[in-house]
Write a protein that binds this ligand. Structure first.
Ligand code: ADP
Ligand code: MG
Length: 358
């Protein structure tokens, strides 16, 4: 586990959620849906001369109990607004939301107790120590003093030795871990992480995911927002894509990617090609360089073998080939029509991860 040797996956899960599924069932029951969001809308009132901002334009979204769910979308899509409404930090304009079966209007306390949110901003009170922060948080959620496991939770996130340090003296990575601890201190059955890995080093990213998987195996529903599509593809059973306050796609990650049903065959030729032979052109091949051609094809229809036949019958000699699969990024671009490569630095999260020090 590199930098955080004290945060082993199983230990963390044991400490944070001892016998969680049963515990949760006893305390909160087991609804089919962890989150049930209907026609949720939010318009921020414009301050001074600003126009009002319609951040959510009626979102319907169901998240099954027990899933790891990814919420994707470019900057400004409305992800944080939605999460903050669930967390009770932003007041919705209309629509409804249930958390673990509890309506946020009808049963606000129970709804809030059923959820732990790791916010996007590192909004810690600089004058409290991690121990105090967790103790206060547990108190807010009505966890009795003798049931508070503050030191256990601190140990689980690798902050035991910082229990009495001021939050302002913690590094960015440590603050992030303290926020995770804060979200988990009352053992909620639903955990939401808002961009938890933005600007987080690779070790912490891995540890966090291992940790969330372990919690999920014990029955916790995990929802995360991320810019890193690869991460969502790897982590999430289901995903929803929102753009400009609307839901543009939702479903099983695999089936969404399958729906694309498009692959690209990229062929490298030994000799340069000046113009494409007609049979290849007819099949949609394009020259992308003197030695390279690409053909888009549907795996469910075309056979790569046939394509290769056509290529060699045209007299071209193949040096190498590769198939490129459609991925979530492509799906996203198609659905939103935006080419927001800055927002969606999807290809390689590790390369773009900032190191936030010890
Ligand atoms: P995301 O988390 O997907 O990046 P946000 O929910 O933060 O999106 O923002 C959605 C839209 O609402 C953006 O256009 C943003 O500028 C606007 N917005 C967010 N918070 C406020 C606020 N407190 N007041 C006014 N507008 C806001
Ligand atoms: Mg956000």
């Amino acid at each position: 586990m590199g930098k955080h040797p004290d945060l082993t996956e199983m230990k963390a899960a044991d400490v944070l959620s001892p016998g969680l599924p049963n515990d949760i069932a006893a305390r909160y029951g087991t609804p089919d849906l962890a989150l049930e969001i209907k026609a949720l809308a939010k318009t921020y009132a414009g301050k001074k001369k600003q126009e009002p901002k319609e951040a959510l334009k009626g979102i319907d979204l169901n998240i099954r109990r027990g899933s790891i769910f990814g919420l994707l979308g470019p900057n400004g899509a409305g992800k944080s607004t939605m999460i903050n409404i669930l967390a009770g930090l932003v007041v919705k304009t209309s629509g409804s939301a249930r958390i673990w079966g509890f309506d946020i209007d009808v049963n606000p306390r129970r709804a809030r107790r059923s959820i732990g949110v790791v916010p996007q901003e590192l909004n810690l009170d600089a004058f409290f120590t991690p121990r105090e922060t967790l103790d206060i948080q547990a108190g807010l959620y009505g966890v009795p003093k003798n049931e508070r496991r503050v030191m256990d939770v601190l140990e689980a996130v690798g902050l035991a030795d910082k229990a009495d340090a001021y939050a302002r003296s913690l590094s960015g990575g440590m603050r992030r871990r303290l926020l995770v601890a804060k979200a988990l201190i009352h053992q909620p059955p639903v955990v939401i992480l808002d961009e938890p890995t933005a600007g987080v080093d690779v070790d912490l990213r891995r540890t966090l995911w291992a940790h969330m998987r372990a919690l999920n195996e014990r029955g916790v529903t995990v929802v995360l927002t991320t810019h890193y599509l690869e991460e969502a593809e790897e982590m999430c059973d289901e995903i929803a894509i929102i753009d400009q306050g609307r839901l543009v796609a939702c479903g099983e990650t695999k089936s969404l990617v399958q729906k694309l049903d498009e692959k690209t065959l990229r062929v490298t030729m030994i000799d340069p090609v000046e113009s494409l032979p007609e049979p290849l052109r007819q099949r949609g091949a394009v020259l992308v360089g003197p030695h390279h051609l690409e053909i888009h094809y549907r795996p469910s229809q075309a056979l790569v073998g046939d394509l290769l036949d056509v290529i060699s019958k045209s007299g071209l000699k193949i040096r190498d080939l590769a198939t490129i699969e459609a991925d979530l990024e492509e799906l996203f671009l198609r659905l939103t029509g935006s080419d927001s490569t800055e927002d969606m630095q999807s290809r390689n999260p590790e390369a773009s991860a900032r190191n936030d020090g010890p």
